[in-house]
Design a protein around this ligand. Structure first.
Ligand code: UT7
Length: 335
C-alpha cells in the first residue's frame, strides 16, 4: 500500500470584509456579544458584484494548491469537492471545477458532510491513493454562506457566525513510510440531523409548494441551529475524535505538534485546548478573521498555519471537525 502526502495547499477568501459592527446595519447585535460568545471579529462575505461563487472560490484555491505541489492540472487524477452551499442544487461543485480548470475528463465527487466535509473528503482521497488507484487527488472545501443567511435580527444567532471562503489540498502518492496521512476516523449520528439543518429547499418541499405559499415568515429557507445543543455535542465529539486518532497510532496528546480544529467557535477550540493541555503554539485558530467557513474551515486554517511556518517536517498534525448531521471525525498526519 502507498501513503498519501499533502504536496500542495492553497486558500482563497473574498475581499469583502464584514466586521461585527457592519452587521449592526442589518440586525440588532453587538461586537461585544459576538466576540464574547464566538471569538469572531470579522468574516468575509462575497460581494455579489464580483465573480465569486462556491465553485469559483474553490477553483482559485485549487490553482494555488496545484502550483505549490509543482504539478499542472493535467497531473490531477480525481477531484473531491466538499461543500454544503453548492452553486446549483445539482450538479455539484466537482464537475464545475473540472470544467473551469479545463481538466481532462477525470472523475469528480461531491461530499455533503457540512463542517466535517473536509475531513471526510481527505479520508476519501486518502483511500484512493492508498489502494494505488490514483496518484494525485485534488481535495477542495468551499462555502458561500452569505448568499443564504437570514441577515435580520430573526436569524442573528446563526448568521453572525458564518463566513465565505475556500481551501484546497493536493494529496499525492508517497512511498515514504510513516509519513503523510496516518489514519482518518469518521462518525455520524443522524438522529440529531434537524438540530443543525436547512430544511426548506428540499424534496420535502418542492418548488410548486414554495411558489404557492410565497410566505415571507417561512424561516425553513434559512439554516436552523440549536446552538447550545450543538455546542455540547461538539466539545464531546471533538475530544473523542482526537483521542481515537491518537490511540489508533499509539500516540499520546503530548505528541501533538499542531491541532487544527474546525473553526466553529473559538470557545469550543479553547475548551479542547485546555482538555488536551496544549500550549498556544500547538493549536491554530483563525475564526477571528473568517468566522465559520464550514467545509472550508479546516483547510483554510491548515494552509495558513503551514504558510506561517507553524508546521514543520515530521510534525504530528491533527485535524478534527464536528458539525451538522451530526458528523465528526479526525485526520492524523505525520508531516
Ligand atoms: O460548525 C458547526 C457546529 N456549530 C457549532 O459548534 C456552534 C455551537 N453553538 C454556538 O457556538 C453557540 O450556541 C452560539 C454562538 C451559536 C450562540 O451562543 P449561545 O450562548 O448559545 O446563545 P443563544 O442562542 O442561547 O442566545 C442567548 C441570547 C438570546 O437572548 P435572550 O433570549 O437570552 O434574551 C439571544 O436572543 O443571546 C441572544 N442572541 C444575540 N444577541 C446579540 C443570539 N444571537 C445574538 C446576536 N447578537 N448575534
Amino acid at each position: 500500500m502507498y501513503n498519501s502526502k499533502i504536496t500542495g495547499l492553497g486558500h482563497y477568501v473574498p475581499e469583502n470584509v464584514v466586521t461585527n459592527n457592519d452587521l449592526k446595519e442589518f440586525m440588532d447585535t453587538s461586537d461585544e456579544w459576538i466576540q464574547e460568545r464566538t471569538g469572531i471579529k470579522e468574516r468575509r462575505w462575497i460581494d455579489p458584484k464580483t465573480e465569486d461563487t462556491t465553485a469559483v472560490m474553490g477553483v482559485k484555491a485549487a490553482r494555488i494548491a496545484i502550483e505549490k505541489a509543482g504539478l499542472t492540472k493535467d497531473d490531477i487524477d480525481f477531484i473531491v469537492f466538499a461543500t454544503l452551499s453548492p452553486d446549483m442544487y445539482f450538479p455539484g461543485g466537482g464537475v464545475q471545477v473540472q470544467e473551469m480548470l479545463d481538466m481532462p475528463t477525470i472523475g469528480a465527487l461531491d461530499i455533503r458532510n457540512q463542517c466535517s466535509g473536509f475531513i471526510y473528503a481527505m479520508s476519501v482521497a486518502d483511500q484512493f491513493i492508498k489502494t494505488g488507484m490514483y496518484k494525485n487527488v485534488l481535495v477542495i472545501g468551499s462555502e458561500n454562506h452569505s448568499g443564504g443567511l437570514d441577515k435580520s435580527t430573526r436569524g442573528r444567532n446563526v448568521s453572525v457566525i458564518f463566513g465565505d471562503g475556500a481551501g484546497a489540498a493536493v494529496l499525492s502518492r508517497s512511498e515514504e513510510e510513516g509519513k503523510g496521512i496516518l489514519s482518518s476516523h469518521l462518525h455520524s449520528e443522524g438522529k440529531h440531523a434537524k438540530e443543525l439543518a436547512l430544511l426548506g429547499p428540499s424534496t420535502g418541499k418542492w418548488v410548486p409548494e414554495i411558489l404557492e405559499k410565497n410566505d415571507p415568515d417561512d424561516v425553513s429557507y434559512f439554516p436552523y441551529m440549536n446552538g447550545q445543543f450543538v455546542f455540547k455535542h461538539a466539545v464531546t465529539r471533538f475530544s473523542e475524535a482526537i483521542i481515537e486518532g491518537l490511540a489508533a497510532n499509539n500516540l499520546q496528546k503530548e505528541d501533538i505538534s499542531m491541532l487544527i480544529p474546525h473553526q466553529a467557535n473559538l470557545r469550543i477550540a479553547q475548551f479542547i485546548q485546555k482538555k488536551f493541555q496544549l500550549s498556544d503554539d500547538k493549536v491554530f485558530n483563525n475564526i477571528q478573521k473568517y468566522g465559520n467557513t464550514t467545509a472550508a474551515s479546516v483547510i483554510i486554517a491548515l494552509t495558513e498555519a503551514f504558510e506561517e511556518g507553524k508546521i514543520k517536517d515530521n510534525d504530528l498534525v491533527v485535524l478534527a471537525a464536528f458539525g451538522s448531521g451530526f458528523t465528526w471525525g479526525s485526520v492524523i498526519i505525520r508531516w
